[in-house]
Design a binder for this molecule. Structure first.
Ligand code: SF4
Ligand code: SF4
Length: 352
């Protein structure tokens, strides 16, 4: 196998021997208990997976500790899932209970498998990124604290996937999660003309705008924004620090519902807008926690077994979804881009 210093290493180099030996031959899997899954191969080999929630932003101590546990109980093999769970992969059944006991002793939550809530996939938030309209880890902590029992039990109607992206450029999975928390800006970037002419490349700034809202302003050696075309995405700020978009009063959160990646029963679905705006209210974001809690509660009471949030809404209809959750339906829920004021979609720039 050739080696380069570009990209991730070949995944086959890191597979546990039992997975390599039984590759393509797994016959079925079953949930042994919350957080524990058993895969059985045609050869009769059994692989046990124990899933543990992680806060995503983890310390070196945490990494050392889970690596020590993996060395002791599963020949050093573990993996991170795309939703930031840690999965220990065990080839010996006799190690399952001792590892569960060790995890309990250290206070690590075991769960997230089957009809349970998985860890929340989320983005960088105020810790790291430059365009967030809200935080990531802070809200995720508050929401997960509220929904924690659904991680450690398998008593939901179906899987529950919750995601957070701190801006609509969206490094998270908000387009395809049952419930999505999305940071939104609501004001046009503020141009600092003096600074822009010194620190930004004007053609790059213009090209960065997905709605072609930015045009040159030769007199000022700067740019101007057509405010009606701006969708407050912050892409221009990514390219140019003189296009500040953060706004402590007007930035906040939208909640979307009904997305899924899975092909089971029905095809994948995109999430759709449920709540257009909730305020940023750190450190515990009570409005967001309450809104997510309410949607989950009504879904649990109303959904049939196996029905994901989007499938439940499709069955009862959006009108009943708004009625039963008590979420007000407003003009913000109507996608009227084409028929209202001239916008990107009604211009010659709209090509699809
Ligand atoms: Fe940055 Fe937006 Fe990604 Fe958050 S979602 S990390 S603000 S690009
Ligand atoms: Fe264009 Fe987005 Fe900047 Fe608005 S925020 S001007 S849509 S790049």
């Amino acid at each position: 196998m050739s080696r380069t210093d570009l990209g991730p290493p070949d995944y086959r180099e890191m597979l546990p021997p039992i997975i390599k030996e039984n590759y393509g031959q797994w016959q079925y899997h079953e949930y042994v208990q919350p957080g524990v899954m058993k895969h059985v191969s045609e050869s009769g080999a059994e692989l046990f997976t124990i899933r543990v929630g992680s806060p995503r932003l983890v310390s070196l101590d945490f990494i050392r500790e889970i690596c020590d546990l993996a060395d002791t109980y599963c020949d050093g093999y573990l993996r991170f899932t795309s939703r930031h769970n840690v999965e220990f992969l065990l080839s010996k059944e006799e190690n399952v209970q001792p590892l569960l006991d060790a995890l309990k002793l250290k206070g690590y939550p075991v769960g997230g498998i089957g009809n349970a809530m998985s860890s929340m996939v989320h983005t960088q938030g105020w810790i790291h990124c430059h365009t967030p309209a809200t935080d990531a880890s802070g809200i995720v902590k508050a929401v997960m604290d509220d929904l924690f029992e659904h991680f450690t039990h398998m008593d939901l109607p179906a899987r529950l996937r919750v995601a957070l992206a701190c801006c609509l450029n969206m490094c998270g999975a908000v387009h395809c999660s049952d419930i999505a928390i999305l940071g939104i800006h609501r004001t046009v970037p503020r141009i600092n003309h003096d600074r822009l002419s010194k620190v930004c490349e004007i053609p790059t700034v213009i090209a960065s705008c997905p709605t072609a809202a930015i045009k040159p302003d030769p007199q000022k050696k700067s740019v101007k924004i057509n405010e009606e075309k701006c969708m407050y995405c912050g892409n221009c700020f990514t390219m140019c620090p003189a296009m500040e978009i953060m706004d402590p009063v007007n930035d906040g959160i939208a909640i979307l519902v009904g997305g899924k990646v899975s092909n089971a029963r029905t095809g994948p679905m995109f999430s759709r807008l449920a709540i257009p705006f909730l305020p940023n209210n750190p450190p515990r974001w009570p409005e967001v926690v309450d809104a997510v809690h309410k949607i989950v509660e009504v879904w649990i009471a109303d959904a049939q077994t196996g029905e994901r949030v989007g499938e439940w809404i499709n069955r009862i209809g959006w009108e009943r979804f708004f009625d039963r959750t008590g979420i007000p339906f407003t003009d913000k829920h109507i996608d009227d881009y084409i028929f209202s004021v001239p916008t990107f979609r009604s211009t010659t720039n709209f090509k699809w």
